[in-house]
Structure formats: C-alpha cells, structure tokens
Design a protein. Structure first.
Length: 123
C-alpha cells in the first residue's frame, strides 16, 4: 500500500540512486557504488509494476554489487601481498560494507587486522 502511494516517485528515486552508483563506478569508487546498490536493493519495490519501470532488475543490481565486492576483495589481496596492511584492511572493510556475507572478506580482514596490531605492538 505504501509503495502504491509513491508509485510515480519510487522509480524516479531508485533510478537516481542507480545513476549515482554508475557515477561512482565510472570514477573507480567501487565501495561507494556498491553501497548505493546495496541500499537500493534494501528498498527495492515489491510491486512488479513499479519494478518494471526501473532501468535494471534486482538480479542485475545484485550481480553488479557482488562484482564490485569481488573486485574490492581482489584489490585488498593485492595490497596485502604487497605488505600494505592498512590499505588491504580498508578494501576489505568496503567489501563487507557492500556484502556482509562475502566469502573470505571477514577472515581476511580479521587476519590482517591482527597482523597490523601485532606489528604496531612491536614498535
């Protein structure tokens, strides 16, 4: 009922959020893009009539969001392998902000955080 009262505005607002996510992606800000997509999915319309007026399906948005999370995970691994723990941690935090259940990101974040803490305690 609440969705139908916003039937005209709902697709416009979500389309604007998706467009903002696209702008972030184009600027290589995958964390921000992914978070916007996650937020859009949280309020995705249940009404198929309203959802049909959106530029993408929820499945396409979900796949795109996961792609960003996977890329951030990879970037974190590259930073980790280069010994840049703080940067790796930042990438993995972004990964989890997009996809809290991302496979491996929590373990990688915990491991790198512990290593960084241990290194800092040696100073």
């Amino acid at each position: 009922a609440q969705e139908s009262s916003l039937a005209a505005e709902y697709p416009l607002i979500l389309s604007a959020v998706l467009a903002a996510a696209d702008e972030h992606r184009q600027a290589q800000r995958l964390g921000a893009a992914g978070e916007l997509l996650r937020q859009a999915l949280e309020v995705w319309p249940k009404s198929s009539a309203i959802a049909a007026r959106l530029p993408r399906t929820s499945q396409a948005v979900t796949a795109e969001m996961r792609q960003y999370a996977d890329r951030l995970m990879e970037l974190g691994l590259m930073e980790y392998r280069a010994g840049r723990l703080e940067s790796a941690i930042a990438f993995w935090q972004q990964t989890l902000a997009i996809d809290a259940a991302h496979p491996g990101a929590r373990r990688a974040l915990d491991t790198a955080s512990l290593q960084l803490k241990n290194l800092q305690s040696l100073k």
